[in-house]
Write a protein that binds this ligand. Structure first.
Ligand SMILES: Cc1cc2nc3c(=O)[nH]c(=O)nc-3n(C[C@H](O)[C@H](O)[C@H](O)COP(=O)(O)OP(=O)(O)OC[C@H]3O[C@@H](n4cnc5c(N)ncnc54)[C@H](O)[C@@H]3O)c2cc1C
Length: 403
């Protein structure tokens, strides 16, 4: 078998890249995927939260609590809850640009007969329960004056009017009005079916087990079903990206699994207008009525077990915010592995010293949101066009001399 381009990994990133390449170029494309336990895209909340994620609200709060507990054990430190840091301005732009692509992408994929990935204009509210929350929300708003048109404040009364099921303890909210949501399973299917429709070949249940290189150039990959020749290999293997770079570069790159546990409720009548983040968890009611409660941020290697302490902390946080959740039952719990990088920024593009290879990995907690712009960037790199953003901050070489 021979293709111009092989993509290793068929999560949201691999399928998005396959779609944008198949639609916009004449190259022959094969996407090769094996489902490993904990693959991130199927674990995700489906949040399109460019501001929420860039300021760190997609972390989930057990992360904050672990940090603040560590600090409180240290008498020299103030016992104020620690909040995640904000990402750099170029990352906001990357996320915002990708978010803007979704309405057109939704229409385009539906019109071409692909799957409806249920884009919902919900907004994302950070719900405040005390003065720490209020100060934190104000700091967020103050740090992004250029995005003030996408912010809306609610006092307690306005919040109750907008979200009648929210707890009486909530004192107000800051909403990111263009942070929306979709169904992540359907998004992957939509990209995959559309890529197939545009001529890409999807090879499922197959692992890339080796990469053959001569004279500094990738020329084929090995799979359990045999060798596949290619001129270009794209690494979209999520938290397993280093398995591929070991085959190509003979070394790991700084992408590591970051575990996120999730609780999903049975279907409920609509109790939320927006997606919600609090200091305990984030909560999203999906179009079918199920409520998704996420998520932890844990460095536990490839472990995907679900644990009592973490799941009960998430559940209590959600019930504290929406007491009506007590009337619901849990449908499922699971854990997924985000492809984390040390600076929380994806790794995209070429690597010096090797031809025929591109990275499309390390999307940490925003791969659903940034799948569209990643597909577009990879298509521009392959076709020799100007990418929609400066790709320099996303190159692997930013870690040179550090990792
Ligand atoms: C709990 C949780 C909640 C999240 N919520 C959100 C959210 O609300 N919004 C958002 O934007 N992002 C969210 N994320 C992050 C997002 O899910 C990830 O950034 C994104 O899914 C990464 O996609 P990926 O395709 O790189 O990785 P994956 O989805 O993991 O896909 C990689 C694929 O490659 C396969 N693979 C690995 N090795 C090989 C090999 N050698 N050969 C062939 N195939 C291979 C894997 O099995 C897998 O199928 C969340 C993540 C988690 C865990």
């Amino acid at each position: 078998m021979s293709y111009d381009i092989v993509i290793a990994g068929g999560g949201v990133i691999g399928t998005a890249v396959a779609y944008y390449l198949a639609k916009n170029t004449d190259f022959s494309i094969a996407l090769i995927d094996i489902k490993k336990s904990g693959n991130a895209s199927r674990a995700s909340a489906g949040g399109l939260w460019p501001i929420g994620e860039s300021v760190g609200l997609g972390c989930g709060v057990i992360f904050f609590k672990t940090l603040s507990k560590k600090l409180s054990e240290n008498p020299d430190q103030d016992d104020v809850p620690q909040r995640p840091h904000q990402l750099p301005r170029f990352f906001f732009d990357f996320c915002l640009k990708s978010n803007e692509m979704f309405p057109a992408l939704w229409s385009e994929l539906r019109e071409s007969g692909s799957v409806d990935f249920k884009l919902e204009k919900t907004g994302l509210k950070f719900i405040m329960f005390d003065d720490h929350d209020r100060v934190y929300a104000q700091q967020i708003a103050d740090s992004i004056p250029h995005l003030s048109s996408q912010l809306r404040w609610y006092d307690q009364k306005q919040l109750r009017e907008d979200e009648p099921f929210v707890s009486d303890e909530a004192i107000g909210a800051l909403e990111f009005t263009r942070d929306d949501q979709l169904n992540p399973y359907l998004l992957i299917r939509a990209y995959r079916e559309a890529a197939r429709h545009e001529g890409a070949v999807i090879i499922q249940n197959t692992e890339v087990t080796g990469v053959n290189i001569s004279a500094g150039k990738v020329h084929s990959v090995e799979t359990v079903s045999g060798k596949i020749n290619c001129d270009l290999l794209i690494n979209a293997a999520g938290a397993w990206a280093s398995d591929i770079t070991k085959m190509v570069l003979g070394r790991e790159i700084p992408v590591a699994p970051i575990k996120g546990q999730v609780v999903l409720s049975e279907k409920m009548p609509k109790i939320m207008r927006s997606c919600v983040s609090t200091s305990d968890c984030y909560i999203a009611q999906k179009d079918n009525g199920e409520i998704y409660i996420g998520s932890t941020t844990e460095e536990k290697g490839y472990d995907t077990t679900c644990t009592f302490d973490e799941l009960s902390a998430l559940s209590s946080g959600a019930v504290r915010c929406f007491p009506r959740l007590r009337e619901s039952s849990i449908k499922r719990t699971w854990a997924g592995l985000r492809p984390g990088t040390p600076d929380e920024i994806p790794i995209l593009g070429p690597v010096s010293g090797i031809d025929g290879y591109l990275n499309a990995c390390g999307h940490f907690r925003t791969g659903i949101l940034t799948s569209a712009i990643t597909g577009e960037i990879l298509h521009c790199m392959v076709a020799g066009k100007e990418p929609p953003v400066d790709v320099k901050p996303f190159l692997l070489s930013r870690f040179d001399g550090i990792h």
